[in-house]
Design a protein around this ligand. Structure first.
Ligand code: FPP
Length: 233
């Protein structure tokens, strides 16, 4: 049976969670940050090799300035509170996305976390920050074209093209989860999810707990078992 190496999550519904409780949207994001820690630790205990979380998309810049500014403070909130626990769990932090135009403070927290956890050998916790998949694919094509022109790259095939993506070092996504009942991909890992199972959870991200994560894993294995059965016939 296929095992889940790489899980990717579109963490949606922070705003609606806060609204439901009569609070500001930022409260939902704050609760969402805590949940990244909880689900990352749970996923690593379940043997997941890589967990990619969609923390900020290139489209998120369109939100009101106050909310963008709060979202950009989340790396500080997350790493200043939880980096120690990630170290204890042997989790390695990586990121994909365009670092060049995010505020210096957010960038510094990411860079420090990446450097400090670089020697860890457990699960990779990969943040998609200022990430957009079309942008990634176009950039990969541009870089390949340059390398080909300069005689540094040979004929293009799927394996070679993957090496130009921001996820070059990561396995393909096996399971993509989106929370909050929405059923869209929203420009997330379009190339990498070619063969992924898609599982949609009705829970808002701050409510998405270990049991719901396990339910999504069960769904993945149920679907794979069925394909296994067919293959054996
Ligand atoms: C979508 O919910 C969520 C986001 C845009 C932000 C997600 C980010 C985190 C949960 C934390 C990231 C952590 C770090 C360390 C950077 P929404 O606001 O679109 O919810 P809504 O659809 O209910 O309005």
């Amino acid at each position: 049976m296929a095992s889940v190496k790489h899980v990717a999550i579109i963490m949606d519904g922070n705003g609606r969670y806060a609204q439901k409780l009569g609070k500001e949207r930022t409260f939902g994001h704050y609760e969402g940050v805590k949940n990244v820690r909880d689900i990352a630790i749970h996923a690593s205990e379940k043997g997941v090799e890589c967990l990619t979380v969609y923390a900020f998309s290139t489209e998120n810049w369109k939100r009101p300035a106050k909310e963008v500014s709060y979202l950009m403070s989340l790396p500080r909130i997350f790493f200043s509170s939880y980096l120690k626990q990630l170290m204890e769990k042997n989790i390695r932090v990586t990121m994909i996305g365009r670092m060049d135009n995010i505020p210096e403070e957010a960038r510094t927290y990411f860079e420090r976390a990446i450097a400090e956890t670089a020697g860890n050998t457990g699960m990779i916790l990969n943040f998609a920050m200022n990430y957009g998949s079309r942008d990634e694919i176009v950039e990969a094509a541009r870089r390949y074209a340059e390398d080909f022109r300069d005689g540094k790259a040979g004929e293009l095939d799927e394996a070679l093209f993957s090496k130009y993506l921001m996820t070059a070092e990561l396995p393909d996504v096996d399971l993509l989860i989106r929370t909050s009942g929405e059923q869209r991909i929203s420009n997330f890992l379009l190339y990498q999810i070619a063969y992924a199972e898609l599982v949609f959870s009705p829970l808002n991200w701050p409510e998405f707990d270990d049991a719901e994560f396990d339910r999504c894993l069960d769904e993945f294995y149920k679907r794979n078992r069925r394909f296994g059965g067919l293959n054996e016939e």
